[in-house]
Design a protein around this ligand. Structure first.
Ligand SMILES: *Cc1c(COP(=O)(O)O)cnc(C)c1O
Length: 433
C-alpha cells in the first residue's frame, strides 16, 4: 500500500517511509491510498472474535501488503495486552474504557503499536533513530513507555513546563534509559512547532535519522481504529443507531473512527467533543477553519489550537463541509460545564469520568436521540488528573491504581528548553552524534 501526503505536493511513499519519516516533505500528513471496506463475512463474525483477533483482521487491511502476517499478528497481539471494556453508565450511554494500558490512557494503543512496528522496520539498521514527540500530557508517557528500552531508538519528549499534571509528568520524566524529557518554557503548540521545525531542517535531516511519534504518524493513528470495532461488536445487536462521542484535541482518535466507518463499521455519526478550544467546532458551524492559540483547560490533553489531524478529516471528505457535517457534529464546553457533568455523572450513576471523558459524556447526554445508543471514549483514568477530579467530587473519591503509584516514586530528570528553534537544534546535534 502506498501513502500519499494530504498536501499532495510530495510523492507517494511506502509504509516504511511513512512510518520512519512521520511527516511528508511538503508538511502534509500521510494517508493510506486505499481504505478497503471489510467483507460482510467479517462483520458477521465480528461479535464472536476476541479483541486481538478482530484487531488483527483490521490491521491486515492496512498493513497486510507490507508486513508479513505472522509479524503483524505478533505486533497486534503484543500491543493489545490489555482490554478496552465497554461499560454501561447511563440509559443507552456507554463508556469505552481505553485506560487499561501501561500509562492508563488510550494513547498506549497507538504508541505501543508504533514502537513495535518501527522497531521491526529498523531491526536491520545500524543508525540510531531519534523519535521526537511533543506532548500536552498523555502522548509523552504513552510514547516514552512504549519505546522504553527498545534498542536503536532514542526518544525526546517535549512538554510545556508547568502545564501537565504531576502524575502525567512523572510517567515520562523518571524513566531514564533511552528517554529524555525536555521541559519547554512555553505552550503545547510551541512544543509541536519545535518538533515540526526539526523535521523541516535540512541540516538535522542530513545528520541524523529523525521520526515523529505524534498522532501524525500513520503507525500511531491507524491502530486506534481497532477499539471502535471492538465497541461496535458489542452493541450491534441492539437494533439502534450507534453514535461515538470523542473527546478531541489533535483529532487523531476521531479520525481513526471515521476511517473505521469508511471500512464499513456501522456508526451513524460522530460527535467531536471539545473543551474551550473550539476551532473545529467553529469550522463545523460555519465552514470556516481558523486556527487560534490554545487555551488552558481542565481537560488539558485537548488544549490544541491547531489540530494536526484535521487535515486528514478534510482530506477524507474532499474538503466538502457539507459532507463532513453529515458524519460529524461538534460541541464545545467551558471548564464549568465539564466539572458540572463530571459531578452529575458521578452523583447520578456512580461512574467516575476523567475530565476528558466528561466532555464526551456531556455531549451524549445533550444530543442523544431515542433511536440511538451512544458510546463515549473514556480516554484516561481519572487518577491521572487526581487534583482536578478531587476538586469536583471530593477528596478520597479517586482511586489510585497501583501502576500510577509506582511512577510517583521515581525521580524527575529533565532538560530545560526555550521556545527558540536554535537552542533545540543545538541540543539535538549534540546528543545525536
Ligand atoms: C490525547 C488525548 C485526547 C485527545 O486525543 P486526540 O487524538 O489528540 O484528539 C483526549 N483525551 C486524553 C486523555 C488524551 O490524552
Amino acid at each position: 500500500m502506498k501513502y500519499y501526503s494530504t498536501n499532495k505536493l510530495s510523492p507517494k511513499v511506502d509504509l516504511r517511509t511513512a512510518v520512519t519519516k512521520g511527516l511528508a516533505p511538503d508538511r502534509g500528513l500521510y494517508m493510506p491510498e486505499h481504505i478497503i471496506p471489510l467483507e460482510p463475512v467479517f462483520f458477521a463474525q465480528m461479535p464472536h472474535f476476541t479483541f486481538q483477533k478482530m484487531a488483527f483482521e483490521v490491521a491486515k487491511n492496512f498493513f497486510g501488503e507490507d508486513v508479513p502476517a505472522d509479524k503483524l499478528q505478533e505486533i497486534v497481539y503484543d500491543t493489545l495486552s490489555f482490554n478496552t471494556p465497554l461499560i454501561e453508565v447511563d440509559k443507552d450511554i456507554y463508556s469505552l474504557e481505553l485506560f487499561h494500558g501501561p500509562t492508563l490512557a488510550f494513547k498506549d494503543v497507538g504508541a505501543r503499536f508504533m514502537a513495535r512496528m518501527l522497531s521491526w522496520f529498523l531491526s536491520e539498521e545500524k543508525e540510531i533513530v531519534h523519535v521526537l514527540v511533543a506532548t500536552s500530557g498523555d502522548t509523552g508517557s504513552a510514547v516514552a513507555n512504549g519505546f522504553l528500552g527498545i534498542e536503536g531508538i532514542r526518544v525526546h519528549v517535549l512538554y510545556p513546563k508547568g502545564k501537565v499534571s504531576e502524575i502525567q509528568e512523572k510517567q515520562f520524566v523518571t524513566l531514564g534509559q533511552n528517554i529524555t524529557a525536555l521541559e519547554v518554557d512555553g505552550t503545547f503548540d510551541d512544543c509541536q512547532a519545535l518538533v515540526k521545525a526539526a523535521f523541516m531542517d535540512d541540516e538535522l535531516q542530513s545528520k541524523m535519522v529523525l521520526t515523529s511519534a505524534n498522532s501524525i504518524n500513520v503507525a500511531r493513528f491507524l491502530p486506534q481504529a481497532f477499539y471502535y470495532f471492538n465497541a461496535v461488536a458489542q452493541l450491534m445487536t441492539k437494533g439502534k443507531k450507534i453514535v461515538f462521542s470523542v473527546p478531541s484535541g489533535n483529532f487523531g482518535n476521531l479520525t481513526a473512527g471515521l476511517i473505521a466507518n469508511i471500512m464499513g463499521l456501522p456508526v451513524s455519526r460522530f460527535i467531536a467533543a471539545n473543551n474551550s478550544n473550539d476551532v473545529v467546532f467553529n469550522y463545523l458551524q460555519t465552514g470556516d477553519y481558523q486556527t487560534k492559540p490554545s487555551v488552558t483547560t481542565i481537560a488539558n490533553a485537548m488544549d490544541v489550537g491547531d489540530p494536526s489531524n484535521f487535515a486528514r478529516i478534510l482530506d477524507l471528505f474532499k474538503h466538502d463541509h457539507e459532507r463532513v457535517t453529515t458524519v460529524m457534529s461538534g460541541t464545545t464546553y467551558t471548564d464549568g460545564q465539564i466539572s458540572e457533568s463530571l459531578s452529575a455523572c458521578y452523583k447520578e450513576t456512580g461512574y467516575l469520568c476523567d475530565p476528558h471523558g466528561a466532555v464526551a459524556y456531556r455531549a451524549l447526554k445533550e444530543q442523544l436521540q431515542p433511536d440511538e445508543v451512544g458510546i463515549f471514549l473514556e480516554t484516561a483514568h481519572p487518577a491521572k488528573f487526581t487534583e482536578t477530579v478531587e476538586e469536583i467530587v471530593g477528596k478520597g473519591n479517586v482511586p489510585m491504581p497501583e501502576r500510577l503509584f509506582e511512577f510517583m516514586k521515581g525521580k524527575k530528570k529533565t532538560v530545560q528548553m526555550g521556545t527558540d528553534f536554535g537552542t533545540f537544534k543545538k541540543y539535538l546535534l549534540e546528543t545525536g552524534v
